[in-house]
Design a protein around this ligand. Structure first.
Ligand code: ZN
Length: 164
């Protein structure tokens, strides 16, 4: 268990597609999940932000998302099975570019099918900010960053330059 280095924008690994977790790997997952937790909590302390992290952000190229809200959530091999036609504009941020905001479009709701750390399957429907968050982390597993989804050339802002 350790705080790991978060890969930053420009690191080519962030553009790679992560691999599915196989059931035989189930016993190797807890150190990865612990590292994701420790790294997320360390980031929160430093930046007062950060609700979720994807394994490739610490260089582990596996399809794992760790989210900590009022309690931890582990999403293994997540799949977005449904998404609303309705889109919303959001200013997105990312632990891999902590000072930058990018205006993008996300689906207002989505449903995700995933395995928990014991490989039990679940389906969860998310809306608004959690829908956006999940889509953001899911993109990481496919090597897609928010900067690649910018609406236009004016969709970038340094956080401290915006009053809101
Ligand atoms: Zn991110």
């Amino acid at each position: 268990m350790a705080v790991r280095e978060i890969l930053l924008l420009g690191n080519p690994k962030l553009y790679e597609v992560s691999k599915e977790v196989k059931s035989k790997e189930i016993n190797n997952l807890s150190p990865i999940i612990k590292d994701l937790h420790d790294t997320l909590m360390d980031f929160r302390k430093k930046y007062n932000a950060g609700r979720a992290i994807a394994a490739p952000q610490i260089g582990v190229m596996k399809r794992i998302i760790y989210m900590y809200l009022d309690k931890p959530f582990v999403f293994i091999n997540p799949l977005i099975v449904k998404k609303s036609d309705e889109l919303m504009n959001v200013w997105d941020d990312c632990m891999s570019f902590p000072y930058l905001l990018v205006k993008i479009k996300r689906h207002k709701t989505c449903s995700i099918k995933y395995l928990d750390e014991n490989f039990n399957e679940h389906i969860l429907k998310l809306k608004d900010d959690l829908s956006e968050l999940l889509q953001h982390e899911y993109d990481h597993l496919n090597g897609v960053l928010a900067v690649s989804r910018a609406i236009d050339g004016k969709s970038f802002a340094i956080k401290s330059a915006r009053g809101d």
